[in-house]
Every structure is written in structure tokens, then in C-alpha cells.
Design a binder for this molecule. Structure first.
Ligand SMILES: CC(=O)CC(=O)SCCNC(=O)CCNC(=O)[C@H](O)C(C)(C)COP(=O)(O)OP(=O)(O)OC[C@H]1O[C@@H](n2cnc3c(N)ncnc32)[C@H](O)[C@@H]1OP(=O)(O)O
Ligand SMILES: NC(=O)C1=CN([C@@H]2O[C@H](COP(=O)(O)OP(=O)(O)OC[C@H]3O[C@@H](n4cnc5c(N)ncnc54)[C@H](O)[C@@H]3O)[C@@H](O)[C@H]2O)C=CC1
Length: 280
């Protein structure tokens, strides 16, 4: 494993590209428009500059890490990679099309991994001619900080692919947990319904956003409250996860809170748009 294509340079793609380049691998970072790629690189530069200020890495390390990241808007520039980590928006139709295109474009030996939050790896695999090489590689936000990667096996994922990705996660300095595909995997099946319930508590007027978050910080020792976390994740991503859980399990306990839908329709997606439950 030497070279990795990270597809999507948003919140997660940029963080994942940083982690992979920081571990010494060459990265091709691709998004649909150059301004999105440049925004991703800007975030990486900012994070690395903070590490230099704190004395965790040297200025030379920063330059070397940035030097390992090539940017592009053409997926074919990553045709010779060993691994693809897909981090485009959480939409099954879009991701399925992306996997079909990746399968056509990227060399046959490469593993195709998805950072999806909740969608079916088997469905993505079925869009390719190499389902045994398709796997979930689910990082957590912020990717440079969070220790966990859920490694998700779809119906056709081979043991060889799983072992390669588990070893890769360790090379990235992270901890892998093995998951047999199921909607929302482990963390999001519990975490996002908690966020959804916090949105209901707010919508029902039970408490203010600030008090809901203070309650979970001081009453349950969470590092940040659920609504601040939703703003960090992206309210669109939270809603997409709830929609998947609700549709896949056909169980009313996963009903998405209408307030999430209202915020998403207004474009109040959280930190990435400057406004969500809070204003930034
Ligand atoms: C939706 C999905 O599919 C899955 C998901 O990701 S669900 C979301 C999972 N993530 C969480 O639950 C995060 C919960 N929150 C936290 O753990 C913490 O609030 C946090 C780590 C994000 C920030 O920690 P904090 O103590 O509140 O703030 P702060 O002191 O500023 O940051 C701690 C460290 O993280 C770094 N950091 C914070 N935000 C960062 C970011 N966006 N990118 C990179 N580094 C970041 C800081 O630089 C700091 O680093 P040092 O320890 O080297 O100084
Ligand atoms: N935000 C979070 O906390 C987490 C999100 N995820 C998952 O990671 C994926 C990405 O999420 P975010 O980074 O939050 O989204 P985002 O909205 O910040 O970024 C998505 C990026 O993908 C790009 N994109 C769209 N179509 C593309 C294509 N065909 N080719 C290349 N790039 C394309 C967009 O232009 C955008 O820059 C989603 O599947 C999400 O569920 C996983 C873990 C945590």
C-alpha cells in the first residue's frame, strides 16, 4: 500500500487525506470542482500549522506532508492507486454511480473503500466488477483526532481485503473494529438517534439548545453536547443517517425529527455553512 485516492474533499475527505499523508502515503485528493479541493487543502494547511505551533511537528514535516498531497478534479489522475477512500456526500444513488465510475477508472487490483456513515457496502459493491475488494472504512469526525475506524464487511468482502484494510488502519495510527454490514454500523446506530432525540427535545420546547448540550456534557460527561456535535457532523449528514436507519429497519423508533429536515431545507447545515443549531 503506497498511494491512496481520497474522493471528496469536504469535512471528512480533507481530514482523511491529512491522516493518510501524515502517515507517509502519497495522496490524490479529488473533488468535483477545484474550489472544493482548494478548500480541503486550506483546512489541512490550517490543521498542520496548528500542530507546528504546538511543537508536535516541524515546519519541514508540514511541507513534506503537503508535498505528498496532489490535487485534482479528474478521478483518472488516481487510476494507479492501491486504495480509494470515497468520502462524497451521503447519498446512495450518487455513491453507487461513483463506485461504478471508480470500477471503470481505477486499476483492478485496487481496494475501493467507502467512508459512508450508514449506507450498504453490499449495494456499492454490486455496482462494481470487484465486490470482494469493496469495504467500509468509516472514520470519525474530526478524522485527525478520533481514534476509531469501523471496518465494515459487505456480503462479498473477502477476508484478504478485510485484513489489508485492518493493517492499513493500524499504519494510520488508528484502532479498527470489525463490523458485519448493518445500517448505521455500530456508532451511528446509537449516536445519531441520540442527536435526533436532542432535536425533538429542542423542538418540543423542553429545553434550550444550550441547556440540552450543557445537560449532556455535565450529566453524561460527553465532550460536547449533541446539538453542537450535530453542527460539527453536518445536519444533512445526521438527517441522511436517520433516513437510512428508518428506511432500512422500517421501525418508527428511528423516525427523523422534523426539525432536522427544516434546518436542512433552509441550508442551515451546521459549522460548514456557518449556521445550524448555533451560529458560527
Ligand atoms: C457522522 C459519522 O458518520 C460519524 C461521526 O464522525 S460521529 C462524530 C464523532 N465525533 C465526536 O463524537 C466528537 C466529540 N467531540 C470531541 O471529541 C471533542 O469535542 C473534540 C475532539 C472535537 C474537540 O476537543 P475539545 O477538547 O473540545 O477542543 P480542543 O481542545 O480545541 O481540541 C482538542 C484537540 O483536537 C484538535 N482538533 C479539534 N478540532 C479539530 C478539527 N476539526 N480538525 C483537526 N483537529 C482538531 C485540537 O487541535 C486539539 O489538539 P491537541 O490535543 O493536539 O491540542
Ligand atoms: N461529517 C461527518 O461527521 C462524517 C461524515 N461521514 C461520511 O463521509 C461522507 C462525506 O461527508 P462530509 O465530508 O461530511 O460531506 P461534505 O458535504 O463536507 O463533503 C462532501 C464532498 O464531496 C464532494 N463530492 C460530491 N460529489 C462528488 C463526486 N462525484 N466526486 C468527488 N467529490 C464529490 C462535494 O463537492 C463535497 O466537497 C458522507 O458519506 C458522510 O456520511 C463519515 C464520518 C463522519
Amino acid at each position: 500500500m503506497k498511494k491512496v485516492l481520497v474522493l471528496g474533499a469536504g469535512t471528512m475527505g480533507s481530514g482523511i487525506a491529512q491522516v493518510v499523508a501524515q502517515a507517509g502515503f502519497s495522496v490524490v485528493l479529488c473533488d468535483v470542482e477545484d474550489r472544493f479541493v482548494q478548500r480541503g487543502v486550506f483546512l489541512i494547511e490550517k490543521n498542520l500549522a496548528r500542530q507546528v505551533e504546538k511543537g508536535k511537528i516541524t515546519a519541514a514535516d508540514k511541507e513534506a506532508i503537503l508535498g505528498r498531497i496532489k490535487t485534482t478534479t479528474n478521478m483518472a489522475d488516481g487510476a494507479d492507486v492501491d486504495l480509494v477512500i470515497e468520502a462524497v456526500i451521503e447519498n446512495l444513488e450518487l455513491k453507487t454511480n461513483v463506485f461504478r465510475e471508480l470500477d471503470r477508472t481505477i486499476r483492478k487490483e485496487a481496494i475501493l473503500a467507502s467512508n459512508t456513515s450508514a449506507l450498504s457496502i453490499s449495494a456499492l459493491a454490486a455496482a462494481t466488477s470487484r465486490p470482494e475488494k469493496v469495504i467500509g472504512m468509516h472514520f470519525f469526525n474530526p478524522a485527525p483526532v478520533m481514534q476509531l475506524v469501523e471496518v465494515v464487511k459487505g456480503s462479498a468482502t473477502s477476508e484478504e481485503t478485510f485484513a489489508t484494510i485492518k493493517a492499513m488502519v493500524e499504519k494510520l495510527g488508528k484502532t479498527a473494529v470489525a463490523v458485519n454490514e448493518a445500517p448505521g454500523f455500530i456508532v451511528n446506530r446509537m449516536l445519531v438517534p441520540m442527536i435526533n432525540e436532542a432535536a425533538y427535545i429542542l423542538m418540543e420546547g423542553v429545553a434550550s439548545a444550550e441547556d440540552i448540550d450543557t445537560a449532556m456534557k455535565l450529566g453524561a460527561n460527553h465532550p460536547i453536547g449533541p446539538l453542537a456535535l450535530a453542527d460539527m457532523i453536518g445536519i444533512d449528514v445526521c438527517l441522511a443517517v436517520m433516513e437510512t436507519l428508518y428506511a432500512e429497519f422500517s421501525d418508527a423508533k428511528y423516525r427523523p425529527c422534523p426539525l432536522l429536515r427544516k434546518l436542512v431545507r433552509a441550508g442551515y447545515l451546521g459549522r460548514k455553512t456557518g449556521k445550524g443549531f448555533y451560529t458560527y
